[in-house]
Write a protein that binds this ligand. Structure first.
Ligand code: C2O
Ligand code: CU
Length: 503
């Protein structure tokens, strides 16, 4: 059955409010629960797992430098409703349903970062080896930006996020408020995820092998998931009625695997004004944007000359296919008051990172490999999650990482704790290639195309401790394309003479 497009209005996720004060700061309560969610007018409600029962979860809207506490609790069943591969890291001898929440893009303290082994089960009955505390603390010290929170439990992240465990987290600041950008109801979040549905309306997630054999476990993790429908804010191919004026859209690609080429029908140009880490210095006029999983883009689109028209947000990689459409904007609302918003030429200032202060350059390869069952597995430097830590930067030090993609596929590489800058990109022959528009902003996730080498630079601060870095194609992350990252205190090298660390 092909679902009719543009029949459901775009929902806007609700804003969560704190419940009480805790240690003098606001405390939020978020419960992970199983519930039913209607993805489309013509689909029966599907079983989902939602933060506070919502898909996507409630949106946080917090002020820069005002820290908060969040108590994330698990009230989920003990059995998963999606196919759990019991042979991959984290899933082997552990409870089937585990959760832990990572605030993606936040420089969180290590004990509040949602380490994949800091998982907990229902009512915190069982906890993973890295579990430290029930209430997480977020300092919100970063620039105004669009972060997101999602599940990060080792070996089942792809299933938990697909089940619905993802939501938005906005940081606001004074500087952003002084800009004449579209605001209030003219600033709209768009959480984009591809899904597939069974005929009864339930969520479909594949398992392999299709014809089970004795040598390969069933269900086995798949190396990629591409859904046949696109959802935005939890609705399949929704529509939004807009006024003929400028709108600011905060787009999050929360898909498991899919990279989109966002563009509008008729090649309507738009402005990229911000990336993962907040506003760019200057807007960039674009006609399309390639965005891989976990990346966010902040854009301004002008509908003022499009009165009466219907404009599609599309995926330029899939034009002609059903998934080539993402959602529809119907410019049918009357202009409620004159549009005085604009895109200023100067948006913000981004502190440069000097190449002269680089303490270490790491060359890290992205490569195809095989697991013990002969299944495709993607790795960094041929190392699995369980191999000893090798990325051990000193607190406060600046490093360059060369991400060398020796595979034909796209890998969105995400590093916890830091924002980085993209220095440059090379093709497989070592020739410099054009930067992507998003390369001009602060990033926490970078699209590394097949065969490319991407160089990034970052400063490891403000905390030391255990973090991770990984591919954000969740099917890769869950199958060992994830490595520990330990930030060492700066006096480490003087006090220690053990040769165990790569530093
Ligand atoms: Cu968005 Cu380590 O995750
Ligand atoms: Cu990958």
């Amino acid at each position: 059955m092909e679902l009719e497009k543009f029949v459901d209005p775009l929902p806007i996720p609700s804003i969560i409010m704190p419940k009480e004060q805790y240690k003098g700061e606001p405390l939020y309560e978020v419960r992970m629960i199983e519930t039913l969610h209607k993805f489309h007018r013509d689909l029966p409600a599907a079983k989902v797992w939602g933060y506070n029962g919502l898909v996507p979860g409630p949106t946080f809207n917090v002020e820069r430098n005002q820290s908060i506490y969040v108590r994330w609790t698990n009230h989920l069943p003990l059995k998963h409703f999606l196919p759990v591969d019991k042979t991959i890291h984290g899933a082997v001898h552990n409870p089937e349903v585990r959760t832990v929440v990572h605030l993606h893009g936040s420089p969180s303290e290590p004990d509040s970062d949602g380490h994949p082994e800091a998982w907990f089960t229902r009512n915190f009955r069982q906890t993973g080896p890295h579990f430290k505390k029930e209430i997480y603390h977020y300092p919100n010290s970063e620039r105004a930006s669009c972060l997101w929170y999602h599940d990060h439990a080792l070996g089942i992240t792809r299933l938990n996020v697909y089940a619905g465990l993802a939501g938005l987290y906005f940081i606001r600041d004074k500087h952003e408020r002084t800009l004449p950008l579209p605001k209030g109801k003219y600033e709209i979040p768009l959480v984009i995820q591809d899904k597939s549905f069974n005929p009864d309306g339930s969520l479909f997630y594949p398992a392999q092998p299709e014809n089970p054999t004795p040598n390969i476990p069933y269900p086995s993790i798949v190396p990629a998931f591409l859904g046949n429908t696109i959802t935005v804010n939890g609705k399949v191919w929704p529509y939004l009625q807009v006024e003929p004026r400028k709108y600011r859209f905060r787009l999050l690609n929360a898909s498991n695997t899919r990279t989109y080429k966002y563009q509008f029908s008729n090649h309507i140009p738009f402005y990229l004004i911000g990336t993962d880490g907040g506003l760019l210095e200057r807007p960039i006029r674009v006609e399309s944007l390639d965005v891989s999983p976990a990346e966010r883009v902040d854009i301004v689109v002008d509908f003022s000359k499009l009165k009466g028209q219907s404009i599609l947000l599309q995926d330029g990689f899939e034009l002609g296919n059903p998934t080539g459409a993402i959602m529809e904007f119907q410019v049918t609302k009357p202009l409620s008051f004159p549009d005085q918003s604009r895109v200023p030429l100067l948006l913000s200032h981004i502190e440069p990172l000097s190449l002269n202060c680089v303490r270490k350059v790491r060359r890290l390869t992205l490569q195809d490999s095989q697991d013990e069952f002969g299944r495709l597995m993607l790795l960094f430097d041929d190392k699995t999650w369980m191999d000893p830590v090798t990325e051990t930067p000193l607190l406060g030090s600046t490093e360059i990482w060369e991400l060398v993609n020796q595979t034909p596929g796209i890998h969105p590489i995400h590093i916890h704790l830091v924002n980085f800058r993209v220095i440059d990109r090379y093709d497989e022959n070592g020739n410099l290639v054009e930067p992507l528009p998003a390369d001009f902003g602060l990033k926490d996730t970078v699209l590394v195309a097949g065969g490319q080498t991407v160089r990034i630079i970052m400063k490891f601060q403000p905390y030391c401790g255990d973090y991770v870095w990984h591919c954000h194609r969740l099917e890769h992350e869950d199958h060992d394309m994830m490595r520990p990252l330990t930030i060492l205190p700066c006096d480490f090298s003087s006090k220690s003479n053990s040769g165990h660390h790569s530093d």
